[in-house]
Design a protein around this ligand. Sequence first.
Ligand SMILES: Cc1ncc(C[n+]2csc(CCOP(=O)(O)OP(=O)(O)O)c2C)c(N)n1
Ligand SMILES: [Mg+2]
Length: 567
Amino acid sequence: MNVAEAVGRCLVAHGVDHVFGVVGSGNFHVTNAMVGAGARFVAAAHEAGAASMADGYARVSGQLPALSVHQGPGVTNALTGIVEAAKSRTPMIVLAPEATSPRSNFYIDLPGLAAALGAGFRRVTAARAVAEVAEACRAAVAGAGQTIVVALPLDVQPQPAGDAEQLARLDAEVTRRGPAVAAAHAAALSSSASGGGGAPIAGLVDALAAARRPVFIAGRGATRRPAEARAALTALADHCGALLAVSAAARGLFAGDPWYLDVSGGFATPLAAELIAQADLVVAWGSTLNMWTTRHGRLISPGTTVVQVDLNAAALGVNRTVDLAICGELAGVAGACLDELTRRAVVLPGWRTPALRARIAAEARWRTVPYTDETGAGRIDPRTLSIALDDLVPAARTLVIVSGNFMGYPSMFLAVPDSAGFCFTQAFQSIGLGLASALGAAVARPDRLTVAALGDGGFLMSVNELTTAARLGLPLLVVVYNDAAYGAEVHHFGPHGHPLDTVTFADTDLAAIARGFGCAGVTVRGPDDLVAVANWLAGPGARPLVVDAKIASSRPSWWLEEAFRGH
Ligand SMILES: Cc1ncc(C[n+]2csc(CCOP(=O)(O)OP(=O)(O)O)c2C)c(N)n1
Ligand SMILES: [Mg+2]
């Protein structure tokens, strides 16, 4: 068995059963080996799309996917999506064939590139290919997660794999233990989790015991094992009367909990902002409390005790000084704190009163906040659009959102069922990734309707993947908040009197473009036009629907003011 085949088969034996990519000569054999071993290959129109599909798939499924690209330009085409994944610590294997001779047209400095992207790097050798791929898979899912570029040198791929006999043992183990995905992940995660036992939790227990108005803010780190994190954090919060909030990246984690304030930060409701500012203790669970989550620090009042708990030691204290930093697995730390508080017989009511519960029920969603509807002159108010979509779209949904002025509207007005139902690719703040991320999400959860909320600029950057959307026939609703502009830039620079010709465009008929790709397409200019969306939802949904929503955009979104402080 040669190295290319051994690598492909070994990946599948480790549970990598989805591979997204564009196939060329350098990744033909390894991709076919994966398919031959039972993996599903999803062909993308462009490597940029393939990278974001793999990232979206990983975020929503919790499984380890592969991205498979051609050497050289296949790799460079995928760079932006790989950086988004790497910054988000998405567990993902990038299969990168490598032309090792600098005289080759395809040559790039692959290890240097991986380092520049912030991704891990491994190069497969003929002698230890199987062991090296196994190590890469384990490293990808260990700890806080990692995106790993696995270099497959072109001259090594056809050589006999020196440790191919290990594959037989792996295959036997997979047969014995059932789907390898769960087994490999569980083993890696439990071995990497330090648990609460080893972490110094006494300081946190003291802080919880002393707090009268505690708030927990959970972040992306809590979404790696969301069910466990939710169970442990809500049990502890119930015991000490804490209120629950999340960073935008973890939106949905506490959905349905009566003490859930939704997002802390620029997207926070007035009620959430008011209550978080009153906290005397903030515990950040897998959140670095960045400028978005804290409104540049202003959401957390001076004098508030701040504790940060994170499995990733490098994340501790990166964005602000904290009174106490604990490195440990979140559920384990929370469970140990609860045990200790119980042992000390400390029962804390916190600030959970019936009156506050009623206020949270009435005011903790944006759609309950009054606004003046600016629909008119053939353009729909994006808030009205988002609220109508929230009513129309089934609750079992995955919402995928990228950067742009528009992004707060769907983020704030559409509910999500859980953290896997919210895919927010913002770590690199790139536009143009959302359509492909949504395709990966839809592959991961075909039982849910995937709703991609995009800006017209970002949509047009990635419109080629509509061909993939039409081919896959997945349940996918693409809503383009179309202001015929790079709205973020218009609202950034317009108030200062700068010319805006470089960031404004003639209107584009996106519904017609969608139909050209074989999708359904409708234009929405007012609430009445949404009947077409209702009809599509009532139908078989065999073709994705693109909604070209011509939105009113006279003013910037209110969260943008916050964003511009970050530039
Ligand atoms: C790849 C990339 N190019 C450029 C930018 C700068 N940028 C940020 S938001 C934005 C405008 C996005 O336009 P659109 O997708 O239509 O959303 P809108 O802001 O209009 O709501 C641009 C160009 C970026 N973030 N990423
Ligand atoms: Mg726009």
